[in-house]
Ligand binder design. Structure first.
Ligand SMILES: [Zn+2]
Length: 269
């Protein structure tokens, strides 16, 4: 800075006075905003996606009926895919497609799974069919996919198709080696990653402590993304713990509200 000032003192002075003005503006704004608005705004935001919807109507409806802005990821090839997607939309909730992808574990229970053996045409066709079965979906996350999300070529095809239709992508991160988020950014698809699985172990005490971890992460980072499933235990913990967010001054928002406006990978490790 000093070298620059010696060489070109006029430019430096202009720069410093501009900096001073910006600083003054900032001070004025930071002094006046809380007094003017009367509240401090949320400390952090959390989004929670409920995955694997479609097989059970009763639990599906129950989790959609929770009085909170959760997001709902619906599997495409189940008896109640359409019905639950429509129900969520009617209740003013956000719907995304929960796209089955090949896992490391072998045979999937789902049909219409994206697998490594597919070429681009087959991937695109499977995705279009899946989206047609989940009305109102505004984005997509992966169901399983610990194998497929490691393949940059397949992920590029997936993201190209999402980009064409202005869908966003949430990486469920079923593999630490997932390149899905990276490929989404390369294709210009807004993306974010799951931070915490709430009910990997279906046990109320464990789900509660995972929920606590989600809160702590959000308070530390300003935002966090959780994924849960329509298990009775999860639903009852959510019912009990969601009201606590307000007390912590944390906003629960649909997942689309958490997408970064700049295309950078948001991921906590
Ligand atoms: Zn799933």
């Amino acid at each position: 800075m000093r070298l620059l000032a010696n060489k070109n003192s006029t430019a430096y002075q202009q720069k410093t006075s501009a900096q001073a003005f910006i600083l003054l503006l900032f001070v004025l704004m930071s002094c006046s905003t809380p007094a003017m608005s009367g509240d401090k705004g949320p400390k952090a935001t959390i989004s929670i996606i409920i995955d694997d919807l479609g097989y059970r109507l009763k639990e599906g409806r129950e989790v959609i009926d929770l009085h909170a802005q959760l997001s709902y990821a619906v599997l495409p090839n189940t008896p109640y895919s359409r019905q639950l997607a429509r129900y969520a939309q009617k209740k003013g909730k956000e719907v995304i497609l929960h796209m089955p992808m090949q896992s490391m574990l072998g045979e999937a229970a789902e049909t219409g799974v994206l697998v490594v053996d597919m070429d681009e045409k087959a991937v695109v066709a499977a995705m279009q069919l899946a989206f047609s079965r989940v009305p109102y979906a505004v984005g997509m996350n992966n169901h399983q996919g610990s194998l497929l999300t490691r393949h940059p070529g397949h992920m590029a095809w997936v993201m190209k198709e999402l980009s064409k239709n202005d869908y966003f992508f949430v990486d469920s991160r079923t593999s630490t080696q997932s390149v899905a988020g990276k490929m989404a950014i390369e294709q210009g698809v807004p993306t974010i990653s799951r931070d915490i699985f709430l009910d990997h172990k279906v046990d109320a005490q464990n789900i509660k402590s995972q929920f606590e971890r989600l809160i702590q992460l959000a308070l530390k980072e300003g935002h966090a993304v959780g994924i849960g499933h329509p298990h009775a235990e999860t639903i009852s913990v959510l019912r009990e713990m969601l009201p606590l967010l307000k007390a912590e001054n944390i906003d629960l928002v649909p997942i689309s509200n958490q997408l970064p406006t700049k295309l950078v990978l948001v991921e906590h490790r």
